[in-house]
Design a binder for this molecule. Structure first.
Ligand SMILES: CC(C)(COP(=O)(O)OP(=O)(O)OC[C@H]1O[C@@H](n2cnc3c(N)ncnc32)[C@H](O)[C@@H]1OP(=O)(O)O)[C@@H](O)C(=O)NCCC(=O)NCCS
Length: 300
């Protein structure tokens, strides 16, 4: 390890190396726990990295040794929220200050009213300790649920008077207004990112046509994001999305401890908890998670 470590902004050419470090970093701590390893091919991860680099190029940093990428981190800013999307260090380079150093380059130099937040794996003491030492403390568990609802099991139905119709992919002013109400910021760039032929989006409206919520589901099985004006609509929307889009394989959804009814309904319908929970961490509350389900743990 004689060659000096260097830090620089990432470029699109770095993304394949970032994906390799992500895989190596996760498998390195899953293996000793006899947990299944992450797959070699992660198209969703590649899209997420490219999106974070496109929207927040100044917050995507790599560390190199002898021109080789050995660590990377990315954060995004949306309204008052600074969100750490990724932080991964090659296992051979861990525990020597590289992670903390990248983090210091991604964090805003002045807080200026910002909220700092991220999602971590509860099974990872290093990242949990690192973020908590910066005041980004664990607040809310997220369970990864996978599977398909059994046909003989009930799922919550949409209440009378609430109807679902296709939502134009890409969002729009009424989606932005709902996001501001529920999570405190609008993020049209992320709704644009979700525009994909494999993904369906639904608008939930009352009889007068007022938008009560929206929800996304893809044929790859991923459910989310979801935003609802009234927390009581979260479980029915999850139920609707599980039935409305038939995935190629299993459905997958991250449900938090703020969504008890949806969590219970999904479990009763037959979905299973997969792996360890994640922890949503933040420096101060910023969103109503009873009414919001993330795009993914790497993108709020
Ligand atoms: C998490 C990760 C990015 C941290 O990077 P790193 O270079 O290994 O970590 P650093 O050496 O910069 O810092 C770790 C800090 O946590 C502290 N720490 C580690 N384990 C700890 C524990 N069990 N309790 C308290 N503090 C702990 C270290 O002492 C160090 O603090 P210091 O700078 O005050 O000494 C890296 O280990 C990694 O890639 N892990 C696998 C992937 C992963 O989990 N990524 C995070 C996704 S949420």
């Amino acid at each position: 390890m004689s060659v000096e470590l260097r830090y620089r902004p990432a470029t699109p050419d770095d993304l394949p190396a970032c994906e390799r470090i992500w895989i190596a970093g996760i498998n390195d701590y899953l293996r000793p726990m006899n947990q299944p390893e992450v797959p070699d091919d992660n198209p969703g991860l590649r899209k997420l990295h490219a999106h974070a680099l496109a929207t927040d190029p100044e917050r995507f940093c790599v560390a190199t040794r002898d021109e080789r990428v050995v660590a990377f981190g990315s954060a995004i800013e949306r309204g008052p929220l600074w969100f750490l999307s990724m932080l991964f260090v090659d296992p051979a380079e861990q525990a020597r200050g590289v992670g903390r150093s990248i983090l210091s380059r991604l964090l805003p130099s002045l807080l200026d009213g910002r909220v700092l937040a991220t999602a971590t794996d509860s099974a990872q003491p290093i990242s949990n300790a690192l973020y908590a030492s910066l005041g980004i403390g664990p607040q809310l568990p997220l369970f990864g649920l996978v599977g398909r609802p059994r046909p003989d099991r009930p799922l919550p139905a949409l209440p009378d008077g609430v109807r679902a119709a296709p939502l134009e992919l890409g969002g729009g002013p009424e989606v932005d207004a709902l996001d501001r109400e529920v999570i405190g910021f609008e993020h049209p760039q992320d709704h644009a990112f979700l525009r994909d032929p494999d993904r369906r989006a639904f608008a939930y409206r009352d009889g007068a046509g007022r938008l009560l919520g929206y929800g996304y589901a893809s044929v790859a099985g991923r459910i989310g994001p979801i935003a609802v004006r009234d927390a009581a609509l979260m479980a029915p929307v999850v139920g609707h999305l599980l039935r409305a889009v038939e995935p190629r394989g299993a459905s997958a959804i991250w449900l938090s401890g703020a969504q008890n009814e949806a969590l219970a309904a999904a479990l009763v319908a037959g979905l299973r908890v997969d792996g360890f929970p994640l922890l949503l961490c933040w420096s101060r509350p910023f969103a109503d998670f009873g009414r919001y389900l993330l795009i993914s743990p790497g993108l709020p």
